[in-house]
Design a protein around this ligand. Structure first.
Ligand code: GMT
Length: 383
């Protein structure tokens, strides 16, 4: 198949999923065309079967807000026509589904059929999409999509309820490449000394440091752990709340124990170095960072929100708490890190969950089947 993919190409889970999906599909022989404003950050640009088409937004003094969605629609239509795409798959509804809809309509006037699928990821539904200035058009974009998938059952139900959508939404959960994300003891032995002494526990947090991630809770939990045992914290990512985290680390006098290592491409080499992942988010429609950690045999202490429970079974492959319950999270982290046997059992259970349910090799065929279904359905309805 020839598939166009549009996503937010910079840091963020939806862009990661879209990019990894493109990489996996390309490896399975499909021709993939990324149509975005910059090259998705997990792409090297050297992968075979993958093409990148930049969306350039020309500015004009009249425009206080350059119309990216229009430039995107134009580029989608051009790429679809020039490369004979079979399908467009957009990740994150706003504004991508509306741009795809415009592209589909532009092409239809020239007799070209281009179905599009929208994958819902999270705040496109739970936050941004609910804003009155976006709600009606988000609902329209979803309803006009030829296919809609969501990354958890939670998000599917939330979409139906918040947007009064009755049409089919296919749940295809997020995935991880278990051959790339795993704990390689040799690599751990070589790299871990950069971040922690042998007698220290290493905790990790990976996010885009937006308020929804509650980075303050990460630092507060870590400060309590560091009082109870020798420990360090590795913070991967960057974003608006980074300085808040830096300030809090100073306030709790743990600044020398916290590594802010910024945005990183190869998180598969960093996550396995840790003993425990902290994900105290206010909301996660899925929690991709926890899945990546689990695949690397690192259990997560997370929050009981959104779709997280579809991934983490409390007490089995991770631990779940109420949002903001720093005391319970800290107590649990200290107990778990002090009990090597339980920690290892949980790490093994997490790896098994990732392998049994969320490996790319299991999930990508679900996308392929869905693509076939949508293409067949829309082809017959346009005959
Ligand atoms: O919804 C967002 O804010 C964007 C998105 C992102 O790009 O980080 O995050 C969502 O998509 C991820 C990948 O599917 C999920 O793992 C995250 O749980 C989800 N974030 C939220 O629901 C807050």
């Amino acid at each position: 198949m020839k598939i166009g993919i549009t996503c937010y190409p910079t840091y963020g889970g939806s862009g990661v999923v879209a990019t990894e999906l493109g990489i996996e599909l390309a490896a399975r022989g499909h021709e993939i065309h990324f149509i975005t404003y910059s090259q998705p950050f997990r792409l090297s640009g050297r992968e075979s079967n993958i093409h990148f088409h930049e969306v350039a937004v020309s500015n004009y003094p009249l425009f206080e807000h350059p119309p990216y969605d229009l430039a995107l629609a134009t580029r989608m239509a051009e790429v679809a026509e020039f490369y004979s795409l079979n399908l467009l798959h957009v990740h994150y509804a706003i504004p991508h589904s509306v741009s795809a809809l415009l592209a589909r309509q532009m092409l239809a006037t020239r007799g070209i059929h281009l179905p599009f699928i929208t994958t819902l990821h999270g705040t496109d539904i739970t936050l941004v999409g609910l804003d009155r200035s976006y709600l009606p058009i988000t609902k329209f974009g979803i309803e006009e999509s030829d296919g809609v998938t969501s990354i958890s059952s939670y998000l599917r139900d939330r979409t139906r309820e918040a947007f009064s959508i009755t049409s089919e939404i296919e749940v295809i959960r997020n995935f991880v490449n278990c051959d790339v994300y795993f704990r390689d003891p040799k690599l751990v032995a070589e790299m871990r000394p950069r971040f922690a002494e042998p007698n220290e526990r290493l905790l990790v947090h990976l996010s885009n440091f937006r308020p929804v991630k509650r980075i303050q809770d990460v630092v507060k939990v870590f400060a309590r752990v560091a009082k109870a045992m020798p420990a360090r914290l590795m913070l991967i990512g960057d974003g608006p709340d980074r300085s808040v985290a830096e300030y809090l680390a100073r306030e709790h006098d743990v600044q020398d124990r916290v590594h802010f290592i910024g945005k990183q491409d190869n998180v598969n080499e960093l996550l396995p170095l840790a003993d425990l992942m902290l994900m105290p988010s206010e909301m996660e429609s899925f929690g991709l960072a926890a899945l990546e950690a689990m695949a690397c045999s690192v259990p997560t202490i997370g929050t009981r929100v959104g779709g997280v429970a579809e991934l983490i079974q409390d007490g089995h492959n991770g631990l779940l708490f109420n949002v903001g319950d720093i005391e319970s999270m800290s107590t649990a982290a200290i107990a778990l890190l002090g009990d090597q046997q339980r920690l290892e059992a949980m790490a093994r259970a997490g790896r098994k969950t990732a392998q049994d349910h969320f490996c790319a090799s299991r999930v990508i065929p679900l996308y392929e089947e869905y693509y076939d279904r949508v293409i067949a359905r829309t082809a017959s309805s346009t005959m």
